[in-house]
Design a binder for this molecule. Structure first.
Ligand code: G3P
Length: 221
């Protein structure tokens, strides 16, 4: 059986920067080794290379730009591939793109052998993004992000609806769900609704003891 993916987005939280970021990275590595569940992290750009070098966990960027050449301040796909990343988030709720840019960004990720995790806000956008053949669609109702109300409890229909719509368009695309994910029960419910994993941030990144929260997240798998 393939392990579900638990993907922790550090966003731009101070608690996910510098030494704090290392604390979360090493907690993720320990819990992944203990449990056998794949735990990925999406730290800030400044930390990508050192995380890829020093940890055995999959590392994702939070965004890339579909450009290559002289583009000051942009993040071409090859830079994160060279850093050693597994993949990238695309179109996060806090970094929205146009549909044309989503398509182009998935294409450059694929060209550089990077996984693409495309964040979406509803079933229709999920279906559209699935037609571009991303690795994952991550459905996250924006109103539940950082609300501490779990999408798995508050809106199970959006998870099931996304899984159905995505698989009708492209059965090869995996589905994550996110927003308010905080417990083993949330993860178990998400998987029972057809998701292949979860995308989360605040419950781990801002926790006093990120390792304890990660252990709780995998506790029912
Ligand atoms: O990228 C994950 C995110 O948007 C969900 O955030 O804090 O509700 O887990 P949070």
């Amino acid at each position: 059986m393939v392990s579900p993916l638990i993907l922790v987005n550090f966003k731009s939280y101070r608690e996910g920067t510098g030494d704090n970021a290392n604390r979360i990275g090493s907690a993720a590595e320990i819990v992944m080794q203990e449990s056998g569940v794949t735990i990925g992290i999406a730290p800030q750009f400044t930390e990508l290379h050192s995380f890829c070098k020093h940890y055995e966990i999959p590392v994702y960027a939070q965004h890339i730009d579909p450009v290559e050449g002289a583009f000051t301040g942009y993040v071409p796909a090859f830079t994160i591939q060279t850093a050693g990343c597994t993949g990238t988030l695309i179109n996060h709720s806090e970094h929205r793109l146009s549909i044309a840019d989503i398509e182009a960004t998935i294409a450059v990720a694929k060209f550089h052998h990077l996984e693409s995790v495309v964040c979406t806000n509803n079933v229709a956008v999920s279906a559209a993004a699935a037609s571009f053949d991303s690795t994952y669609i991550a459905i996250e109702p924006p109103e539940l992000i950082n609300s501490h109300i779990s999408v798995a409890k508050a809106d199970p229909d959006i998870i099931e609806g996304t899984v159905d719509a995505v698989h009708k368009i492209n059965p090869g695309v995996k589905v994550l769900c996110g927003a308010g994910i905080q417990s083993g029960e949330c993860v178990k419910t998400a998987l029972s609704l057809g998701a292949d994993g979860v995308l989360l941030a605040s419950s781990v990144v801002t926790a006093k003891d990120p390792k304890a929260v990660l252990r709780e997240l995998v506790s029912l798998l």
